[in-house]
Design a protein around this ligand. Structure first.
Ligand code: CA
Length: 652
C-alpha cells in the first residue's frame, strides 16, 4: 500500500465550540465528505457533484469509559491518497484497483485522545470507522484498556424526498423454531421513510433513493471483535446504527460489543451515485478488509445441486442422493449439498460410501449442520457439533478423511458478538481441515469472502426455499430478483439455491404434492445463474424435470460461477433490471422484468465484439435461442412480465 502524506493540519486544542469544518475529497474530486465540529459534537455530510446525498449526521460512540459523542475537541486532521489493488476469484470483479482518500479526524476530550474517525473516500464509496483510546481510571494509576460500546451514535440522515428500500430487522427468538433473526424478511421497494417496521429497525444493506440518486449503506469487516449492527429510524429520514437485541441467541451473550483500548469498530459503508451503477458494481465491502488467515489449500468453485429444494426432507436418503451424484456429474457440476437429517436418514457410514462414489464421478458433497447449541428449537440433525470446538474439529477431521468439500451450517439466529465468534471459529476450524463454508439462517456476511478464504456465501435473504413453501413467494420471484443484485447480493455472495425447470417445486412437478408454482419463464431461470452471484452455486435443478430444449440446459451447464467483471446497464429495484457479468472473455447480459407491461429497450452493446447469442422470451414466455449480429452495437429487446433476455458475446 503506497501512502504519502499530502496534508497535515493540526489545530491544537481548537474547541469544537468554535465550529471547524474539514473536507475529504474523493480522488476524482466529485465526492466530498464534510466534517463539522460544533458545540463539542461532530457531524458529517456527503455531497456528490455538489448535490447533497446525506445531510448533517452525528458521529460518536458512548462507551463505559466515556461518552465520546459530546464534549469533543477537534485536535488534528490529516488526509492522504491511498492506492492499491487486489485479486480475488470469488468476488464480482477478479482484479480490483482501489483509489481513495484516507482521512483521520483526531478528537480529544479533557485534553486526551478520545476517538479518531477514520474515513476512506473513493469516487462513489465511503467507509468509516472509529478508533477508541485508553482512558484514565480514577481509582488507579493504570488506565482502562478495554470497554463496552454501549451505544453507537452514528447517523445516516437523508434529504427530504427520500424513499426507502428496506428489510425489517427480525426479533430474536421468533420465527420458525425460534431461529430468527435470519435476514429473511422482504425488502419493501420505494417505501416512505419515518417508519420502524415492527419497531426494531432494518437490516444491512439498506437502499435509499434520494432526490439526486441512490445510496446503499452497509457495514464490513465484522469479526468476533464486534457485533453485527443494523439501523433504526430515529424520525423522518434519520437512521442510526443499532446493536443486536438481547433476545438474540436465546439471550446468551451481550448486545453491546466489547473492544480493547486502543480498539476499533467495523467499517460503516456508504455507496452512492446518480445511477445504480456504483451500487451494483461496488467493491467497498472487500476493499478495506484483509484476509485473516491463509487458505490451507486452493479452494475450488463451480455449480452444484441440492435435492432438498425439490424433494424436501424425504429426498435426504441414500438412493436419492446417489441419483443426484449421477446427475451432478452428468451436468459437469462440482458439488452437491446433502441437506438436513442425513445423520439419521443416511447415517455416517453411508455418507462415507456416497462421498467415495461422488469422488469417483468427479464431484463432491457438502454436508448440512444445525448450528446449535442452545439457541434454537429446530429439530433437524446433525445437532450439537458445530457449536463445540472439540466435537466440531473431530467431525471436520472425519469430513476431511472422506473427501467432503464443505459444510452448510444453518440456524445461527443472532448478530451478537458472541455469535460472530461462533461464525469465525467455524470458518477458521473448517479452513484447518480444507472445508468450504456456507451459512444459512444466518447474518449478512460482512466482507467475509476476502477475510475468510474458505467462506463461500450465506443465505441471509428470502431464498429459494420460499419458492418451495408457497405460490405467493413464487409470484414475487421476478420482483425480488430485481432487488437482490442491487441490495443484498451487491455486498456479499448469496446462497440463494435457485435455477430450476420444474413448474412446481416438488418431485411430481404438479399439484398432487405441496410445492409452489413457478410463474417465471425458463429463460428467467437461466438468467438467475448470471443475476445472483455465489462462487459455489447450488442450483434447484431436478434430474426428472429437464427442459425439452437442450440449449436451455446447455446454458446452465456452461454458465460460470466465477466472474471477472460486472456492469449495471439499466434498472429500477422492484421493477426491472438489466446488468452484465463477464467471465472468460465473454459478457453475459441479462434483462428481467417484474412489471406487468413488457420492458422495451435498445441496448448499446459497445463492450461486446461481433455476433451474440440471444436467449429471449415471447409474450407467452416461450423461450428461443438466436444468433444475432447487432447493428452498430445496438440491440432491441422486449422482455415480458416474469420473462428474461440473455445476451452472450465476446468482450471487446
Ligand atoms: Ca432459510
Amino acid at each position: 500500500m503506497k501512502k504519502s502524506i499530502l496534508l497535515i493540519i493540526t489545530i491544537f486544542a481548537a474547541l469544537c465550540g468554535m465550529a471547524a469544518n474539514y473536507t475529504i475529497t474523493s480522488p476524482n474530486g466529485k465526492l466530498v465528505v464534510t466534517l463539522s465540529c460544533s458545540g463539542g459534537k461532530v457531524t458529517y455530510n456527503v455531497a456528490l457533484d455538489g448535490k447533497e446525498f446525506i445531510t448533517a449526521s452525528p458521529l460518536g460512540l458512548v462507551t463505559t469509559v466515556g461518552d465520546f459523542s459530546a464534549n469533543l475537541t477537534d485536535h488534528d486532521f490529516k488526509t492522504e491518497p491511498v492506492t492499491f489493488s487486489y485479486d480475488s476469484k470469488v468476488l464480482k470483479r477478479s482484479h480490483i484497483d482501489v483509489s481513495a482518500t484516507r482521512a483521520v479526524l483526531g478528537l480529544y476530550q479533557n485534553d486526551r485522545p478520545a476517538i479518531d474517525v477514520v474515513f476512506m473516500v473513493k469516487n462513489n464509496d465511503i467507509a468509516f470507522k472509529y478508533i477508541a483510546y485508553p482512558q484514565p481510571n480514577p481509582k488507579t494509576t493504570e488506565p482502562f484498556v478495554c470497554t463496552v460500546v454501549e451505544n453507537e451514535k452514528t447517523f445516516f440522515n437523508f434529504p427530504n424526498g427520500t424513499t426507502t428500500f428496506l428489510s425489517p430487522q427480525m426479533k430474536g427468538q421468533t420465527g420458525w423454531a425460534r431461529t430468527a433473526p435470519s435476514y429473511e424478511q422482504p425488502y419493501f421497494a420505494d417505501d416512505q421513510p419515518g417508519k420502524n417496521a415492527n419497531g426494531l429497525g432494518f437490516i444491512f444493506p439498506a437502499l435509499f433513493r434520494v432526490p439526486n440518486g441512490w445510496v446503499l449503506i452497509s457495514e464490513t469487516g465484522v469479526t468476533s471483535a464486534y457485533c453485527a449492527s443494523h439501523i433504526t429510524c430515529e424520525g423522518n429520514a434519520s437512521y442510526k446504527v443499532a446493536f443486536p437485541l438481547m433476545e438474540d441467541f436465546n439471550g446468551n451473550g451481550t448486545s453491546a460489543p466489547g473492544i480493547p483500548l486502543k480498539g476499533e469498530t467495523p467499517w460503516r459503508t456508504i455507496t452512492l451515485g446518480s445511477t445504480l451503477a456504483p451500487i451494483v458494481e461496488t467493491t467497498v465491502p472487500w476493499d478495506f478488509v484483509e484476509p485473516l488467515y491463509s487458505p490451507s489449500k486452493e479452494y475450488t468453485y463451480g455449480a452444484g445441486t441440492w435435492s432438498w429444494i425439490i424433494g424436501f426432507d424425504e429426498s435426504v436418503n441414500y438412493q436419492e442422493q446417489k441419483k443426484y451424484i449421477d446427475f451432478t456429474a452428468d451436468l459437469g457440476f462440482v458439488s452437491q449439498i446433502v441437506d438436513n437429517w442425513w445423520d439419521t436418514q443416511i447415517t455416517r457410514d453411508s455418507i462415507e460410501i456416497l462421498a467415495k462414489y461422488a469422488k469417483q464421478k468427479g464431484t463432491s458433497l457438502c454436508l448440512w449442520y444445525n448450528s446449535n447449541g442452545y439457541w434454537n428449537d429446530a429439530p433437524q440433525g446433525p445437532k450439537h457439533i458445530m457449536n463445540n470446538i472439540i466435537k466440531r474439529r473431530k467431525e471436520m477431521a472425519w469430513m476431511k478423511s472422506i473427501g467432503i468439500r464443505g459444510i452448510k451450517v444453518d440456524f445461527l439466529g443472532s448478530d451478537k458478538q458472541q455469535t460472530m465468534q461462533l461464525y469465525e471459529d467455524i470458518l477458521a476450524d473448517a479452513n484447518d481441515f480444507g472445508l468450504e463454508v456456507i451459512f444459512h439462517g444466518a447474518t449478512l456476511p460482512r466482507g467475509w469472502e476476502r477475510m475468510y478464504p474458505n467462506f463461500i456465501g450465506s443465505e441471509a435473504v428470502l431464498a429459494s426455499e420460499n419458492l418451495h413453501f408457497g405460490d405467493d413467494f413464487c409470484r414475487q420471484e421476478s420482483y425480488n430478483a430485481t432487488l437482490h443484485p442491487v441490495i443484498r447480493n451487491s455486498v456479499a455472495a448469496m446462497d440463494y439455491g435457485g435455477i430450476t425447470f420444474n413448474n412446481y417445486f416438488n418431485t411430481t412437478n404438479d399439484t398432487t404434492m405441496w410445492g409452489g408454482h413457478r410463474v417465471t419463464s425458463d429463460v428467467f431461470q437461466m438468467a438467475v445463474a448470471v443475476l445472483f452471484q455465489c462462487p459455489l452455486n447450488h442450483t434447484a435443478l431436478y434430474y426428472k424435470v429437464l427442459p425439452k430444449e437442450q440449449w436451455k440446459l446447455d446454458f446452465v451447464k456452461q454458465c460460470p460461477t466465477l466472474w471477472d467483471d460486472i456492469k449495471f446497464i439499466d434498472g429500477y429495484p422492484g421493477k426491472y433490471l438489466i446488468m452484465a457479468r463477464k467471465s472468460g472473455g465473454k459478457w453475459y447480459v441479462v434483462a428481467i422484468n417484474a412489471q406487468k407491461e413488457p420492458l422495451k429497450r435498445t441496448l448499446n452493446l459497445d463492450f461486446i465484439i461481433g455476433g451474440v447469442t440471444v436467449y429471449a422470451d415471447d409474450a407467452n414466455l416461450n423461450g428461443s435461442m438466436k444468433q444475432v449480429t447487432p447493428k452498430k452495437n445496438m440491440l432491441q429487446i422486449t422482455v415480458p412480465h416474469d420473462g428474461a433476455t440473455i445476451i452472450v458475446g465476446n468482450s471487446k
